[in-house]
Design a protein around this ligand. Structure first.
Ligand code: TXA
Ligand code: MG
Length: 328
């Protein structure tokens, strides 16, 4: 199929028309681009097929107004409304018991639904114009870094989806925070655009699922099914390199083959003499995509402190590296 390039108000109208007819359309959000569809089995199947996504990994349901949460979820606790008032529209996803009309194809058979009201006005306009909530995973091929520009979406999905609606680069650049409110205590399943500290300031202690920090155990069922898959990985081998920056530089220089470093601006000068790819939290996924274009045999990633937005960055880098790390 030919993937239409859409933009502006006519683009929103055309995207909504295609979506309502059951097509998969990539749309901007403030976090990353999503590959959207209406909540029918047929449309959802198109999204999974285009991405090559395993069918046991559920989709987030996107709503245009915070109040619509009650139409998707059951037994919504007061805490969910408090969080919605404080952080929606925005990069927070809430997991709650699902209403029966939400199809099992969307939730991968789980009895819960993940819902989010995005802050990107183009995204909300598309949902309103379609007249119904939209399910959407990130608009990348399964396993590759999430797309933060329409160009990234086309690099992965050109010819595989009906259209891409260009809404400019994503302001947050990392996916939403996924918080489960189905147990006795709120549980962080995926760190993201809203930090754990920001959540705790509003609702008190938030337990972090162990998948936030460490490799999933193949014998266990993870709380967010998506956490067990390899993710965000460039083709170039990536290894986390921990320790003082001088020792890290010496280590990287001593390795055979053409090695590079992925680091933030504050360390870039210290890795002089090595090819350096710089990232900020907004440009991390773009940097992971760029790594493959510069012909390196191995890249060493420097990881920020796991506090604030650094927790989400550290989580994505660990996954991108397949949890491979060197401590010096
Ligand atoms: O920022 C975002 O969240 C972006 C934009 C497009 O909204 N979406 C996104 O979707 O990152 P995706 O599919 O790439 O990641 C959704 C994550 C997965 O790890 C999935 O397993 C988890 O949310 N998830 C979805 N429904 C769930 C549920 N009912 N229970 C637990 N985890 C769920
Ligand atoms: Mg994704």
């Amino acid at each position: 199929m030919t993937t239409k390039r859409l933009s502006g108000p006519e683009g929103v109208a055309e995207a909504a028309r295609l979506l309502a007819s059951g097509e998969a359309v990539a749309i901007p959000t403030e976090t990353v681009y999503g590959l959207a569809c209406i909540l029918t089995d047929e449309a959802v199947a198109r999204v999974y097929a285009a991405k090559g996504r395993p069918s046991d990994n559920p989709l987030i349901v996107h709503i245009a107004e915070p109040e619509e949460l009650h139409a998707a979820a059951l037994d919504v606790p007061e805490m969910a409304d408090v969080l919605a008032r404080r952080f929606w529209p925005g990069p927070l996803t809430l997991v709650l018991p699902k209403r029966p009309h939400i199809p099992a194809s969307v939730t991968a058979g789980l009895d819960t639904v993940a819902a989010r009201c995005p802050a990107h006005e183009v995204c909300r306009a598309v949902i309103r114009a379609t007249g119904q909530p939209l399910a959407a995973p990130s608009a990348n091929c399964s396993g590759s870094p999430s797309p933060t520009t329409a160009r990234h979406v086309l690099d992965d999905l050109d010819g595989r989806v009906a259209a891409v609606l260009d809404g400019g680069p994503c302001a947050v650049g990392l996916e939403s925070t996924v918080l489960s409110l189905t147990g006795n205590r709120p549980r962080l399943l995926r760190p993201g655009g809203v930090t754990r500290e920001e959540l705790e300031a509003v609702i008190g202690p938030v337990e972090a699922d162990k998948a936030v920090f460490s490799a999933p155990d193949a014998r266990e069922t993870p709380s967010a099914p998506g956490m067990k898959y390899r993710h965000y990985a460039p083709n170039t081998p990536l290894v986390i390199l921990r320790g003082p920056v001088k020792a890290a530089r010496a280590y990287a220089l001593a390795q055979p083959g053409r090695c590079g470093v992925l680091c933030m601006e504050d360390e870039a000068a210290a890795f002089e003499g090595l090819p350096v790819v710089q990232y900020t939290y907004q440009t991390l996924f773009n940097a992971l995509r760029r790594i493959d274009t510069i012909g390196l045999e191995q890249v060493f990633a420097r990881v920020p402190e796991p506090t604030g937005i650094g927790l989400a960055v550290a989580n994505r880098l660990q996954k991108a590296a397949g949890y491979k790390k060197v401590n010096i």
